[in-house]
Design a protein around this ligand. Structure first.
Ligand SMILES: Cc1cc2nc3c(=O)[nH]c(=O)nc-3n(C[C@H](O)[C@H](O)[C@H](O)COP(=O)(O)OP(=O)(O)OC[C@H]3O[C@@H](n4cnc5c(N)ncnc54)[C@H](O)[C@@H]3O)c2cc1C
Length: 375
């Protein structure tokens, strides 16, 4: 039996980032069921940083994460974590009022956000159909995230601080005794007074194992695939382009266009796979708005974005089960909020208040607390 201060369960971006911050002051072990960290949702994202995406708490966590993502500590990563991309969310004439309203909301947190007309949208993304696209919201400072670099950077920090990362270590039992938790895995048993539940789509499964009430997490499948860009156009500087209805997006990615129907199909926690019908729906929706011939579908995949009912992450100690700490419900924002979520989780798990920078951005302990489900 190996003894630690904190056992973190789940080697996705949530577990890795929290383990990194906790390892600065605590003896930490990170347990991952699969053969390598990031196998599930964290290996399948669209890698966007958008400060206008999600509800007010998510936006606060994203804005509060920018400084770390833009300037991580020396030696954290070999390449910049963020690179310029921009975001454009278009609509038809019927959506212009909605576009104006959302642009006004966006500008309150991110001053560079603005509403643009159809002609400007087409200057940025020339394949947008003039008879369809009447305007859009432009977020010029939306960024691409090097998700692999970010995950590996956090894992490197854990190891550099003397923490352990153990793979092929599925947690199969969690028992609480007088001295704290005993955590059983095929890779050995681990003891600690605190367990952090960063099990992604399996967070409610892990909670039940610990005797805690589930928070009603729903894993939702999202599909993504690659297509060739239109011939003769330089797509490199195109922003990620979607609609205000959130029914598709496409985004330049290593010379191809990464596309998604923005599906949210409820699923059991599993190794999610793409369905042909969702790819066909995405192509259909994209072609109704943009002139994008699709001759062949390249790589395709799907991942689970896990949400609770209010779409706000769940961060904090379980109100009933001692030493069981939640870090779940990252939804579609797990990468862009990771630094903020990790510092929040580390503060709350070690009995400190929310980081002041995040509190100033409107993030509250109550909004994140798992106690909101017990009420
Ligand atoms: C198509 C798609 C596009 C996305 N685009 C973006 C984007 O542009 N920007 C953004 O910020 N986010 C995006 N996301 C969301 C983001 O990827 C997730 O929010 C994030 O990866 C969730 O991280 P996680 O660590 O909570 O979960 P995961 O990465 O799933 O990690 C959880 C880990 O826990 C492990 N685990 C579970 N149970 C156990 C157990 N009993 N014992 C040991 N280990 C266990 C699992 O094996 C898994 O590796 C996207 C997601 C998808 C699918």
């Amino acid at each position: 039996m190996s003894a630690f201060d904190v056992v973190v369960v789940g080697g996705g971006i949530a577990g890795a980032s929290a383990a990194a911050v906790l390892s600065e002051t605590r003896r930490v072990v990170l347990l991952e069921r699969e053969g390598h960290p990031g196998y599930h949702t964290s290996g399948r994202s669209a890698a966007l940083f958008s400060e206008t995406y999600g509800n007010a708490t998510v936006r606060g966590l994203s804005v509060g994460s920018r400084a770390f993502l833009q300037s991580p500590p020396a030696g954290f990563a070999e390449h910049p974590i963020l690179s310029p991309r921009g975001g454009l969310f278009v609509g038809r004439a019927a959506h212009l009022a909605e576009i104006a309203k959302r642009a006004a909301e966006g500008v309150a947190l991110v001053p560079s956000v603005r509403a643009i007309d159809g002609a400007e949208a087409r200057r940025l993304v020339p394949i947008l159909r003039p008879d369809v696209v009447a305007g859009g919201i432009l977020e010029p400072d939306a960024m691409d995230i090097d998700t692999h670099g970010l995950l590996q950077g956090f894992l490197k920090v854990v190891r550099a601080n003397g923490g352990r990362v153990v793979t092929d270590a599925e947690v199969t039992a969690l028992n609480r005794g007088l001295g704290g938790w005993t955590v059983a895995t095929p890779a050995g048993s681990f003891a600690a007074p605190v367990v952090v539940n960063a099990a992604g789509a399996w967070a409610d499964v892990l909670a039940r194992m610990a005797g805690a009430a589930p928070v009603g997490l729903v894993p939702k499948r999202r599909t993504a695939f690659m297509v060739e860009p239109p011939a003769g156009l330089d797509i490199r500087d195109w922003p990620i382009t979607g609609t205000v209805e959130e029914n598709f997006y496409f985004k330049p990615d290593a010379g191809m266009l990464l596309c998604s129907p923005e599906d949210e199909t409820p699923s059991e926690p599993c190794d999610a796979q793409p369905e042909e019908i969702d790819i066909a729906i995405a192509v259909d929706r994209i072609q109704a708005t943009a002139d994008l011939p699709v001759r062949r579908i390249g790589r395709k995949w799907a991942g689970l974005r896990s949400f609770v009912a209010d779409k706000t992450p769940v961060v904090g100690f379980d109100p009933k089960v001692d030493g069981f700490f939640w870090l779940a419900g990252q939804g579609g924002y797990g990468f862009q909020t990771a630094p903020g979520m990790a510092t929040t989780a580390a503060a709350l798990a070690t009995g400190r208040p929310l980081p002041p920078g995040l509190a100033a951005l409107g993030v509250t302990e109550a909004a994140l607390s798992p106690a909101r489900f017990a009420a």
